[in-house]
Ligand binder design. Structure first.
Ligand code: SPV
Ligand code: MG
Length: 431
């Protein structure tokens, strides 16, 4: 009996999958791989079902002899272990991700003397509808909210990108890089106070009120499924913060980060160039504890952000605060720095991790941008936030276009640097 292998990355079995199974059955004994959760999020999106549920779903298909978990998007391990005679796959090789997988399968089938059998890809109205229903489910508040905690369990570092609108949300949701090194995409989104304010032409001083900030969240949520971390500035008055926590939870936000400042908050990247006051450990701990008491779901996270290094109060102060805020109930610690050299961030992480192996650490490498995600993860960082890069990319590009039009009294000169009209009018999928 020939060995036939196919891999499924799905929560629902539809006619497209059944076509693949039928073809596979005609060739020999069928083994189906279930792509593991941590790879599903790189390749496509979060599964709705657990890996165990997906295994059971596939075991129930008549004609499937074995079900295994596929641990990497690429098929090298499968070939090493199973040595299939045939791999059956849909013929959907159009996207860059699928091209990388196609190349991997072509080289492995050649190396092992196996055959890649393609089945015409099914994407009719019914399948499209199922696909949309799955995406919609992922966006539901209950499911979305819990997903940051799940990411912390299954990824070495949660890669988070700033968003401040529906459009930037789409970039965070859909941008995929596929090359020789594999397939990658962002895990989560950061609603930055700096960029949310900048987008409204306002300074980052807690001037944009919560109702407006929530409107931004809603715009992002409407077009995305990835979990959201909200920049809650100082959290405001404790009496107000408890309401913010409840609203964020209800919307399906996964975490709020609040910083230990009091009075008029200014952006941290000003450092000591402007007057900023750090809250006392007691007051800020009380705010965190009140937020935790107000929270109703188990999934939501309140993360305490420490400004001691920004305000040059020293490492000891930062560490004392980190342990105090954790003890007050914080679900994570964000440590910030505006130095170019990541040394003080690394020192903090190493010292914190020496005493606390579990509490998630969050960093925002805007200034210390030479350090890689892998290096941060080695020092115990769990969430890396790219807090302002999309906004900073957009502004000079827009200003450049405006200047060119003014200078040339027409738009022809700038056109080659712009997205084509066809691309912009087809950018957003219609329902
Ligand atoms: C933000 O993105 O608004 C932040 C991070 O709070 S920082 O701008 O570095 O303070
Ligand atoms: Mg901010």
């Amino acid at each position: 009996m020939k060995k036939v292998y196919t891999c499924f990355c799905t929560d629902v079995i539809h006619e497209g999958h059944m076509n693949i199974i039928e073809k596979a059955k005609s060739l020999g004994e069928v083994t189906v791989g279930v792509l593991c959760e941590s790879q599903m999020i790189r390749y496509n999106r979060f599964p709705i079902k657990t890996t165990e549920e997906r295994i059971e779903m596939i075991k129930a298909i008549p004609g499937v002899s074995n079900v295994i978990v596929q641990n990497t998007i690429m098929y090298d391990e499968v070939f090493e272990q199973l040595k299939p005679d045939y791999v059956v796959h849909g013929s959907n090789w159009n996207s860059p991700s699928m091209q990388v997988i196609h190349n991997n399968l072509l080289s492995l089938t050649e190396k092992y003397g196996a055959e890649l059998v393609e089945v015409p890809y099914t994407y009719n109205e019914k399948v499209k509808r199922i696909d949309r229903q799955m995406t919609e489910k992922l966006a539901m508040p209950e499911l979305r909210r819990a997903r940051l905690r799940r990411l912390l369990e299954i990824t070495s570092i949660v890669k988070t990108i700033e968003v401040h609108s529906g459009l930037t949300g789409l970039i965070a949701e859909k941008t995929v890089v596929a090359d020789g090194e594999g397939i990658d995409q962002f895990d989560a989104m950061w609603i930055s106070s700096l960029c949310d304010s900048t987008d409204k032409g306002k300074p980052d001083i807690e001037l944009v009120d919560m109702t407006s900030r929530f409107r931004t969240i809603d715009d992002v949520m409407e077009v995305t499924t990835k979990p959201i971390i909200f920049d809650g500035d100082t959290g405001g008055l404790t009496e107000h913060f408890v309401y913010t926590v409840r609203s964020l939870e209800r919307m399906g936000v996964s975490a709020v980060i609040i910083e230990d400042k009091t009075g008029l908050k200014k952006n941290s990247l000003f450092g000591t160039e402007v007057e900023q006051t750090q809250a006392s450990i007691e007051d800020f701990s009380a705010k965190i504890a009140a937020g935790k008491r107000a929270q109703l779901s188990d999934d939501f996270m309140i993360i305490a952000r420490i400004e001691s290094l920004i305000l040059e109060r020293g490492m000891e102060d930062a560490l004392t605060r980190a342990f105090a805020f954790r003890d007050a109930g914080a679900d994570g610690i964000m440590i910030h720095s505006r130095k170019k050299d990541p040394a003080e961030i690394i020192e903090f992480c190493d010292k914190f991790r020496a005493e606390d192996k579990d509490t998630p650490i969050v960093v925002v490498p805007s200034s210390f941008n030479s350090i890689t995600e892998a290096e941060l993860a080695e020092h115990g960082v769990n969430i890396c936030i790219y807090a302002n890069q999309l906004m900073r990319a957009a502004f000079p590009a827009m200003e450049n276009a405006a200047k060119s039009i003014l200078k040339h009294h027409r738009a022809q000169e700038i056109d080659s640097e712009l997205m084509s009209i066809k691309d912009i009018i087809t950018l957003i999928d219609e329902i």
